[in-house]
Design a protein. Structure first.
Length: 450
């Protein structure tokens, strides 16, 4: 008996230590079993208390009266599957007639308390079937990306969502995005994770960093073009607009819309072209968009209009040509001048880290998810990297990118430096990385001579 007591005390102490220091390990070792039992035992009473039950069918009531049996109890949604994950539980429910997915969403906070879980979210899988994801601990406190993630062309994992799932940046589904964040909010780490995810892919990276290149130029080996001043950025964007026109001419010549050509082979963008003819997709990262929109003189105003016009053109027409925009900044508002609101309308994906003002949050989510504005301005300063991610569909999530140091990002870009394609249109803007002193080049390399 003494040995059993000692062993039990050691197990309880180990569980408590794991829950404090390693919540993920505690969940996999103890928490998942306890949580599954708790859900199964409390399920019917919790659903009844949360108002998620329906009265029994009339034929069951009639049968109970005819046979003098007790009246059947109200019926909760039927559990179709209970699946444990590395961060929580996934409960798939079949709704009863008369129930709605919004009933489950409205009761999420009550379900969280009743089942003693950290978080509960729900989504509709198909008509009448709802998936409830429950997290057993704060997965955003110490982000640990899963060892295996789904890989697909132009789709990279960049962060972890609050429900434990992976947040992907899918350029073919959401071609252009806006990322906002104040100083020390984690925006640069999010950008590094994005570059780290794109580095192994067959894609050309183009950077515009008007802070003299302190953010993007250390990663220069993986970039096909870089600009560190508004003047160079204007020329680089003009080159991208010219490349876009050339790609469209290529698509036009390859369409071959005749009777004998199957519908699936009619080219409308670069992904419909054969592999040997498909141009390399380009991802354009703008580190601080406000620096491109500010001006003090008439000449700078002309340059500013030229830059914003090029960005709007790329945002409106660049998707089919394989040109995708990642616009980042600390501030994004209408005071940046004409064309900014038009540019924002084309940026489908929105990510907001901690912001200094509500106006920027409204610019990020006011037109797609007004309820996400309040969540964005409530991000505490001590949680660097925590962000709100949404898109034009109106859905939004809390996400947090894993911490990636600048050294880790540099090493990864150096490893995949051979994947940086040489694009003729962008050759004058290719960064020079032959020696350590040339790691951060000046505004623009001289054009190649014949």
């Amino acid at each position: 008996m003494t040995a059993f007591t000692v062993a039990l005390v050691l197990v309880v102490a180990a569980a408590g230590l794991l829950r404090w220091r390693r919540p993920a390990w505690y969940w996999l070792a103890f928490g998942v079993t306890l949580a599954a039992l708790r859900v199964l035992v409390r399920y019917r009473s919790v659903m009844d208390a949360c108002g998620l039950t329906v009265p029994p069918a009339r034929w069951r009531l009639s049968l109970a009266r005819a046979t003098n049996r007790p009246i059947p109890e109200p019926r909760p949604p039927r559990i179709r599957r209970l699946r444990p994950t590395r961060t929580g539980l996934v409960l798939r429910l079949k709704l009863r007639p008369g129930q709605d997915v919004f009933d489950i969403a409205a009761a999420s906070d009550r379900l969280r308390h009743s089942f003693s879980m950290f978080g509960v979210t729900s989504r509709e899988v198909r008509s009448g079937v709802v998936e409830v994801r429950m997290t057993g601990y704060d997965v955003l406190k110490r982000v640990q990306m899963p060892a295996e993630t789904e890989t697909r062309a132009m789709r990279v994992p960049v962060a972890l969502r609050e429900d434990g799932s992976v947040h992907y940046r899918d350029y073919r589904a959401i071609p252009h995005a806006l990322t906002l964040g104040a100083t020390e909010s984690g925006k640069s780490v999010y950008q590094r994770n994005l570059v780290a995810g794109l580095a192994p892919l067959d894609v050309a990276l183009v950077g515009i960093d008007c802070k003299q290149g302190v953010e993007l130029f250390p990663l220069a080996r993986r970039f096909s073009a870089l600009a560190d001043s508004p003047d160079t950025a204007a020329e680089l964007l003009d080159a991208l607009v010219a490349r876009m026109a050339d790609v469209y001419r290529l698509i036009r010549t390859q369409q071959r819309i005749t009777v004998d050509v199957p519908d699936a082979e009619i080219a409308a963008d670069i992904w419909d072209l054969p592999n040997e003819l498909r141009p390399t997709p380009v991802v354009v990262l703008v580190d601080e968009v406000a620096e491109l929109a500010l001006y003090a003189t008439k000449e700078e105003e002309k340059r500013r209009d030229r830059i914003i016009t090029a960005l709007v053109r790329l945002a409106q027409l660049g998707r089919a040509a394989g040109i995708y925009l990642e616009i980042c900044g600390q501030r994004f508002g209408s005071e940046l001048g004409k064309g900014i609101t038009m540019l924002r309308a084309q940026l489908t994906g929105r990510t907001a880290h901690r912001l200094n003002d509500e106006t920027s949050a409204n610019m990020a989510f006011g037109d797609i998810a007004p309820d996400a504005v309040l969540a964005a301005i409530q991000i505490p300063a001590e949680l660097q990297g925590l962000a709100i991610a949404g898109d034009a569909s109106g859905g939004w999530h809390r996400i947090r990118a894993p911490h990636t140091s600048l050294r880790q990002a540099v090493n990864l870009c150096n490893r995949y430096a051979d994947r940086a394609p040489d694009l003729p249109e962008l050759a004058p803007f290719r960064p020079t990385t032959s020696t350590a002193t040339e790691l951060v080049p000046s505004a623009k390399a001289p054009p190649a001579t014949a």
